[in-house]
Design a protein around this ligand. Structure first.
Ligand code: FAD
Length: 434
């Protein structure tokens, strides 16, 4: 009898989830689990997950559980106790031992902490089946070996475009999920799992996750994509994507993508369908282009791994200095630079920030306040609804000039940015008036 655990990580979906499909095909009994492991950042001293993301995550898990229940299965949520020194891995190992399970399936997340978790499972004697499946282009279809990928984004994109392979076809959801293990008794195993949080949020949010249409889960992700395409918004995407505020200037798919409620492959298939019915233009192409950036940072992780997490990044430059007081002002939106303060207040109040302002505030922390880019990345991790380890680390390194930017970093002049993107001051008025 093949009994296995499926550990959902950042792949909270059944549609287009090859790892989950493999687990279903290979097992006679399967227990799907999710582990909550809230942590404080030991270096920077704040919680690593905000209430916004916690809320969105709870919604996504409820939605996943419903999908599993429809196929006769269930989702077991486990909670690492706050004060415990053990982490998610210990819980998974103990559960597997308790149920006499030897095999774990999950997705690969190619970042140091997440890879360490898989190593620890294997060291505990478990067999782990895991693949990296969160990219838009499948690993097998890359026109180069992952460790030979071009470092510069433009060269990377050119190779991909030349190969004319723009995304992998999504796989279907399983039609059947193996039953739960016989001796599984939920009541014996559940310990302190959080009850769903009553959704609250800021009325000016550009991603109002407290409204039904923006809550976590595959069903809302699919509905959101449908209405976005239905209103032909990809056609205007390139023209609007640098705006600072509103529901429609960009796709707003990132929070769902980050938790894996929907895959980039499923999004691309719908986008291609949209293009075949309503025409392709620069805007619809640009959405693919941005999703390719997402793949690029994933593949950079495959190539460089832990190096991306060193203080000096890839280029062996000096270690960053850290202005702790400047960092505090930055986090609380009290630097005195109006566009930066408005952005940082929006981020804290809502968990979301436009791409343009992410660039501006990151640049300000690094080049104007002379603070450690890793502190900024940690604050973004804590605050962002769409926190994605690859995209966050990759973008911060890029702006800090410690990654693969051929220009050696990006400094944005905050006053010029305010003039270009908030000429009438309405964005700043919105967030600085409180
Ligand atoms: P759209 O503009 O509609 O783009 C469509 C999709 O393309 C996005 O959902 C995202 O998956 C992808 N994408 C777009 N821009 C980028 C980019 N620069 N890098 C990687 N993928 C991109 N994005 C995250 O998803 N999680 C993060 O933790 C994250 N941290 C960031 C940190 C910094 C300092 C910066 C400058 C950018 C960061 N981004 C991150 C990238 C980008 O800002 C967001 O993906 C985007 O703003 C999300 O909104 P959207 O879904 O409407 O994006």
């Amino acid at each position: 009898m093949n009994t296995a655990l499926y550990w959902f990580r950042s792949d909270l979906r059944l549609i287009d989830n090859p790892n989950f499909l493999s687990a279903c095909k290979a097992s006679d009994a399967l227990l799907p689990i999710y582990v909550h492991a809230p942590q404080e950042s030991l270096i920077w001293g704040f919680e690593r997950i905000s209430e916004h993301r916690q809320q969105f995550l709870c919604d996504a898990l409820r939605d996943l559980q419903q999908q599993l229940e429809q196929l006769g299965s269930d989702l077991l949520e486990l909670q690492v106790p706050q004060a415990s020194s053990s982490g998610a891995v210990d819980l998974v190992v103990n559960l597997a031992h308790h149920l006499g399970i030897q095999t774990i399936y999950c997705e690969v997340i190619e970042a140091p902490e997440e890879m360490q978790a898989l190593t620890a499972l294997r060291q505990a004697g478990l067999t782990v089946h895991a693949d990296l499946e969160s990219t838009m282009i499948a690993m097998r279809d890359l026109p180069f070996a992952p460790d030979a990928m071009p470092d510069q984004f433009t060269q990377f994109r050119n190779k991909i475009e030349k190969a004319k392979y723009l995304f992998a076809e999504p796989v279907l959801a399983p039609s059947h999920i193996p039953p739960l293990p016989n001796d599984f008794k939920r009541s014996e195993l559940i310990s302190g799992v959080q009850t769903p949080i009553q959704p609250t949020g800021h009325p000016h949010s550009s991603f109002p996750h407290y409204l039904d249409a923006y809550r976590g889960g595959t069903s809302t992700a699919v509905a959101h994509l449908k209405q976005y395409l239905g209103r032909a918004l990809p056609h205007s995407y390139k023209a609007t994507r640098n705006q600072l505020h509103g529901l429609d200037y960009s796709s707003k798919l990132s929070p769902w993508l980050a938790l894996g409620c929907i895959s980039a492959r499923s999004i691309m298939r719908e986008l291609k369908q949209f293009e075949s019915e309503q025409g392709a233009n620069e805007g619809s192409y640009w959405l693919w282009f941005e999703l390719l950036w997402r793949d690029y940072f994933r593949l950079l992780h495959l190539k460089y791994g832990k190096q991306l997490y060193c203080a000096s990044g890839l280029n062996q430059s000096d270690k960053p200095i850290h202005n702790a007081r400047g960092f505090e002002h930055w986090c609380s939106g009290t630097t005195g630079e109006s566009i930066v303060d408005a952005g940082m207040r929006e981020l804290k109040a809502t968990g979301y920030l436009s791409n343009r302002l992410r660039q501006v505030v990151a640049s300000y922390l690094i080049y104007d306040l002379h603070s450690d880019w890793r502190a900024g990345a940690a604050w973004f991790e804590a605050q962002l609804l769409d926190y994605d380890v690859y995209s966050n680390q990759g973008n911060w390194l890029y702006i800090a000039g410690r990654g693969t930017d051929p220009r050696g970093g990006r400094r944005f002049n905050p006053q010029k940015q305010a003039q270009d993107h908030d000429a009438n001051g309405s964005y700043r008025a919105l967030w600085l008036s409180d």
